[in-house]
Design a protein around this ligand. Structure first.
Ligand code: X2X
Length: 333
């Protein structure tokens, strides 16, 4: 029977071909918000480079910057990965917090005073709890990276106290926690994607923004009217290297290990590099004529006090246990 023969021979052909295809290069998409002009994009490039090298060209990670796989809407990155539209990502806890409430931990204003505090969280029990939350929602967390401490810039003037933010139009992204923080300070926050932020700053549709120094520097925010910069270190957004569960579950244990170790190594490399570059970055910003303000302990405390309501509202959403684990880790750092 010819039909049966056709089916059989097709099956034999594809069976015969299978081992050949299995040796072929596999390519996975990796989403980032910032390109490799920034530490964030460099973390993804480093990951791709290590994977290429260690798999001897068998696995390729193709990096898609500017959140282009979600048309620039960075807060949709996590759900796109969960549904398998994106294979992998190096993503910010801010952008993922819209789907992972626990990731708002890092956005609690003035929770983390320094790098040691960030590390105490990510390297300990609290960090594992955040990873568990990410995994529960369909993305396999592999390693930490870092966007950095976020500083406040604006076009209007020097900001040293909450009253100076009165009515200030500030661009923010992420979960509504950011609206609560800036509303508590008397500002007028607006949510928009990074793609829209620079044009909005340039036209004066908004007065200010908050981002790490590396982002301010590379994006040339000074050219978008950002002449005043306050170093208030109010939060730090770690990056998470992650993979869609759908993609991950189809990989061999050896390839999973290869990808995970490479993510860890790329993350450690990027964190060290961006921290080491910080002083030079600040100098280059000053050299462009941006007025940089550092807060006295009293001025800093006034911001801390003004934003306490954010904790009250957000601790139940983030999880009391998680916030407590983070605070314990910080106190013992
Ligand atoms: O949009 C931002 O501010 C950025 C680039 O820092 C993030 O994606 C969180």
């Amino acid at each position: 029977n010819i039909k049966k023969w056709l089916v059989l021979s097709t099956a034999c052909l594809s069976l015969g071909a299978a081992p050949v295809f299995a040796q072929e290069t596999r390519e996975f998409s990796v989403s980032t918000v910032l390109s490799d002009a920034f530490p964030w994009g460099q973390a993804a490039s480093k990951w791709a480079e290590l994977v290429e090298e260690r798999s001897e060209g068998r696995i390729t990670l193709k990096v898609y910057p500017n959140a282009q796989l979600v048309s620039g809407d960075q807060t949709r990155e996590f759900s796109a990965m969960r549904s398998g539209l994106i294979d992998m990502a190096v993503g910010s806890t801010i952008n993922w917090s819209t789907q992972v409430p626990e990731a708002n931990l890092f956005s609690l204003p003035f929770l983390m005073p320094d790098n040691a505090a960030v590390d105490a969280i990510t390297q300990g029990k609290a960090g594992q709890m955040v990873f568990d939350a990410v995994e529960k929602r369909g993305v396999v967390p592999l390693a930490w990276g870092e966007n950095g401490f976020r500083e406040l810039s604006n076009s209007r003037g020097v900001l040293t106290q909450p009253a100076d933010l009165n009515g200030l139009k500030v661009r923010v992204v992420g979960s509504p926690l950011f609206l609560d923080t800036f509303n508590a300070l008397g500002a007028n926050p607006t949510q928009m994607s990074w793609t829209d932020a620079l044009p909005a700053l340039t036209t004066g549709a908004v007065d200010g923004q908050e981002n790490p120094l590396s982002v301010f520097d590379v994006a040339r925010a000074d050219r978008a009217n950002q002449k005043y910069l306050t170093l208030w270190h109010y939060m730090n957004d770690p990056l998470i290297f992650g993979a869609s569960k759908r993609v991950w579950s189809k990989l061999s244990a050896a390839d999973q290990q290869l990808l995970k170790q490479a993510a860890y190594d790329a993350g450690q490399w990027e964190i060290a590099k961006s921290r080491a570059d910080l002083d030079a970055t600040l100098q280059s910003i000053r050299d462009r004529g941006v007025e940089v303000t550092e807060l006295t302990p009293e001025q800093h405390q006034a911001f801390v006090t003004a934003t306490q309501g954010v904790y009250k509202k957000w601790i139940p959403k983030i999880g009391e246990d998680l916030v407590e684990a983070a605070q314990t880790a910080i106190n013992n750092r």
